[in-house]
Each structure stands twice: as C-alpha cells, then as structure tokens.
Design a protein around this ligand. Sequence first.
Ligand code: SF4
Ligand code: SF4
Length: 313
Amino acid sequence: MSITNSAVIEIANRYGFELVGFSAAEVLVKEGEKLKSWLGNNYNASMDYMHENFEKRIDVNELFPGAVTVISLGMNYYKPYEHTENPGLGKISRYAWGMDYHQVIWKKLDAMILELKAIDSNFDAKGFVDSAPTMDKVWAMKGGLGWMGKNTNVINRYQGSWFFIATLVTNYPFELSTSAADLCGECTACIDACPTNAFIAPYILDANKCISYQTIENKVEIDENLIGKFDNWIFGCDICQDVCPWNIKFATASNEQAFEPRNGEVEINLETVKEMTDEEFKVRFRSSPIKRTKLAGLMRNAEFLQKAGSRPS
Ligand code: SF4
Ligand code: SF4
C-alpha cells in the first residue's frame, strides 16, 4: 500500500506535531548564497561549525542519498506561564523550560518512521532535529509551516512561532505543499523591542549582539558593551517572539507534558547559580537544554546580569 499525505499527517498529529508540510528535496541554491553572505559578515559570531558542511546544508542528498521529499514538522512548546521580572531571578527562554526537545522529538521521529515503513516497506527516511547541518527553517517555509518573520523565526498564521521544527528527509514522493506568504507587513515590533539592536536589518540577525547567542553559545566572556542590556535573561531570550502579534494573538498551550517547566521553574535564582556545585548542576539540569552552557557558562551569565543591575539602560 502506498503512503498518502493524509496518512503522514494523521501519524504526525498523533505524535504531537500539529504542523506538517511537504517540499521537494531540491538543492537550496538561493538560500546557500544568503548563508554565505551572512557568514561573510561574521554574523555567526563564534559558531564556526556553521562554516562546515556547506554542501550538506544546501543539499539533503548529501545527508540522505536518494532524497525525494522533505517533510517538515512543527511541535508547539508554548506553556502559558510568565516570567516574574524579579531582578534576583534570571529568565529562562521558553523552549528550555521543559525536557530537552531533542530527546523528546528524536523518539517520536523514530517511531513515525517505523509506522510509515509498516505501511509501505519501500519508504525510508532520516529524521533531524537540530542534529545535522540541515536548513530546517528553510524547509519549514517551503513546506508551508509558516513564513520567515523579520525576527528570523518561522511564524505560522494560526499558531505563531512557539514551535520546534523537525525534519524527515524521505525517499518517497508526496504531494507538495504551498509555501506561506510573508505576513509581517509594516510591523517592526521585534526589531524595535530587541534590547541589544541585534537585527542589522529586517530578517538579518547578528548573533554577536543576540542575548540568546551570548548566554548559550558564547564560550568566552560576554562583551562588556552589552552590560545592562540583557533584561535579566540568563539562558536565551524571548523578547522578539514575545512581542510578535502572531504569538500574542494565537499562542495556545501545548499538550506535551515534557515541555512543562521542570521543577515549576521559568527562572533561576542568580545567587543559587553562583553557589552551585558541578554535582548540583548535573542533577538539576539533567535532560534539560540548560545543560548546554555547563555550570561555568551559567555562572558567567549570572555574574554578568549582576554587573549593572541587569536592567536595560
Ligand atoms: S533573542 Fe533577544 S537579543 Fe536576540 S534578537 Fe531576539 S530580542 Fe534581540
Ligand atoms: S514582530 Fe512583527 S515584524 Fe517581527 S516577526 Fe512578528 S509580525 Fe514580523
């Protein structure tokens, strides 16, 4: 029996992916040029790995030979809690409140592939969630999950942008989705709200200035010019998504239990972080995206926030 788009959508929905889109596994020539220009301006900051595997980034056939269709999947992670704005507490980005999404989503992708193979043994696929040099946002746009907002997130008109993107590269022909129109219009709320002016222009982010990069990916001291501009974010930053009208209007709570805030926390006490031992860090952030910074990174962030009262000037 052959696999239909509806069968994929039914299975994906059952695993908690509300958004599903199909695109042809073609070479991403135009997007590759954009990436080159972005890298050429050093907007990737110290994320040198982005220079690597260029051919794989623009051609999924390099990752999965015989690729025919890319299936993009979106999983809502929005939980309706808010940060308290208490200056003694460092804010955690929403995506990192719960369990590490890689662990949650990988299992679901594997299970989906097995179900699809059971329908047609000719089906084969490889699943990715930030796990390979794939341009997942580009595929999500091609598959109609949403458009690339001026804040560089993929926005769905019925759901906003609080969703994880996963990608299944398949050897199977499906009907292709239509890509979504850009509905940002005249809005510039994200650009205006960014406390570090990290947007060089609409749709272009300089990671060097972005709080999310600085608190998670940067492995050295944070640029002193940014003191006082972090708005108390200790891990990531949600400002340019929080102000987006599509999120304000359309965000609805995710049903996924794994994304509930671990220990009920959406913030971390800065003093607690500064006194934490390696062992405490390991236990507290096991299976959490926060483990990525390691204790040294989290401590550096806590100290940085305290340097200038942590509020934007
Ligand atoms: S995540 Fe924060 S710092 Fe980065 S661009 Fe968005 S608002 Fe600016
Ligand atoms: S805040 Fe406005 S400009 Fe920015 S991504 Fe959302 S709709 Fe687009």
